[in-house]
Ligand binder design. Structure first.
Ligand code: GTQ
Ligand code: FE2
Length: 326
C-alpha cells in the first residue's frame, strides 16, 4: 500500500538541519510561503489627479533643465512599490517647454506617449518626425532612437508608459546615447507606424456607438493594432481606448495583467477592488492584476478612457485569464 509518510522529528533536530542548510545556501521548500491559489498583487489601486500633477510638472520645468535631466519626468509611484505605478509598467508625466529638446537616445525598454497638453510638438523616432496632438498615441518601441522637441509657444505634456520594471525583472536593460543631441528628420508623417492619432480613434469609437455593436461585457472598446504586425502595438504592451456613454456603467471585470488608465476626457469613477476612484479629465489611475474593476460615466458627455497593459506578455506565456463578476 502506498501512503503519505508520517515522520515526527524533534524540534531540535529540525532546527539544526535548517541551520546547516542555511549555511550551505539551501532552502527547504516545505516551510514558509509558496504558491497562492490566485494572483495577489503587492501593488494597490491608486489615482493621481491632473490638478495636482500639472502644477508639479510646471514646477519641474522651472527647477530643472533638459541639460540637467535626460528626461524631465515625474514617475507616478504606487504607494506599495518604489518609483513605479505598477509592477511591470511605469506611468510617468513628461514636460517639454517651448524651445526645449530632450536629447536622442535608445533603450531596451519599450515606451509609449499619450499626449495630454500642447499641440504640434514632436518626437523623432528612427529619423521620422512624429507629430503630437492631444490624445494621440506615439510609440517608441524598444531600441528605436527617439528625441523630443517643442518649437511651439506652449508647454507639451504627455503621459509616458514604459515596461522598465519588467525589463529590470528580466535583467535586460540596455541604454545608449545618440552621437548627436538630435536626429536628422524630414517632413512630419501623420498616422505612421509610430503614430495613432486621437482623431481616428475617436471616429472609430463613435461609429461603434452609433452602430450599437458593443459587447455587453466589454462595452465600446478598441485595441490599437500595430500597423505593421496587426498585433498589439508592442510585444510587451497593449493599448486600448474605451468610450463610455453618459450614465454608462460597465460590468465588473478582472484580468491577469497590470493596467494603467488615463482619462482623455470626461468625468466619472471606477470601482477598483472595492475602492471608488473618482476621476476627471487627464487623471491617471492604476489597476493591479486580478482586481475587479468597473467604470462609470457620471457626466453628461462621452468619456474617453485610454489604457495600457502587459496583456501581450501574459498571453505569450498562456497565463492570461479574464472574467466578469457573476
Ligand atoms: O521620453 O525617452 O518617462 O527614456 C522614461 C524614460 C520617458 C523618454 C520616460 C525615457 C523617456
Ligand atoms: Fe527614452
Amino acid at each position: 500500500m502506498l501512503e503519505l509518510s508520517d515522520i515526527q522529528s524533534s524540534p531540535q533536530e529540525l532546527q539544526d538541519y535548517y541551520a546547516q542548510l542555511q549555511a550551505q545556501q539551501v532552502t527547504p521548500a516545505w516551510i514558509g510561503g509558496g504558491i497562492s491559489i490566485e494572483p495577489r498583487s503587492e501593488a494597490v489601486p491608486y489615482l493621481w489627479r491632473w490638478r495636482d500633477l500639472r502644477p508639479q510638472a510646471m514646477r519641474a520645468a522651472k527647477l530643472v533643465g533638459t541639460q540637467q535631466a535626460e528626461r524631465r519626468v515625474l514617475r507616478l509611484t504606487n504607494p506599495k512599490l518604489s518609483g513605479a505605478a505598477s509592477n511591470t509598467l511605469v506611468a510617468n508625466i513628461q514636460i517639454v517647454m517651448p524651445g526645449e529638446i530632450a536629447r536622442a537616445h535608445r533603450h531596451s525598454a519599450a515606451a509609449l506617449r499619450l499626449i495630454i497638453e500642447g499641440r504640434d510638438g514632436y518626437t523623432v523616432v528612427n529619423g521620422e518626425h512624429v507629430p503630437m496632438f492631444p490624445g494621440d498615441l506615439v510609440l517608441t518601441p524598444n531600441w528605436t532612437w527617439h528625441d523630443h522637441a517643442n518649437d511651439t509657444d506652449a508647454p507639451m505634456i504627455w503621459l509616458d508608459g514604459l515596461d522598465t520594471p519588467l525589463i529590470r525583472m528580466l535583467e535586460a536593460g540596455f541604454y545608449e546615447e545618440y552621437h548627436q543631441e538630435r536626429q536628422e528628420f524630414g517632413a512630419a508623417v501623420n498616422a505612421s507606424q509610430w503614430h495613432y492619432p486621437m482623431s481616428e480613434m475617436r471616429a472609430a469609437l463613435q461609429r461603434m456607438a452609433a452602430a450599437n455593436t458593443d459587447d455587453p461585457d466589454e462595452g465600446i472598446v478598441l485595441e490599437y493594432k500595430n500597423r505593421v504586425t496587426g498585433g498589439s502595438v508592442m510585444p510587451t504592451i497593449a493599448c486600448h481606448m474605451q468610450l463610455l456613454r453618459p450614465a454608462e456603467k460597465t460590468r465588473a471585470r478582472r484580468r491577469v495583467c497590470r493596467t494603467n488608465y488615463h482619462v482623455v476626457e470626461g468625468t466619472g469613477y471606477s470601482v477598483v477592488g472595492g475602492q471608488r476612484l473618482d476621476w476627471e479629465d487627464k487623471d491617471v489611475f492604476t489597476v493591479p492584476t486580478w482586481t475587479f474593476c468597473e467604470h462609470v460615466n457620471s457626466g453628461n458627455h462621452p468619456v474617453f478612457l485610454f489604457s495600457f497593459s502587459d496583456v501581450p506578455v501574459m498571453k505569450a506565456f498562456s497565463l492570461y485569464r479574464e472574467e466578469t463578476r457573476p
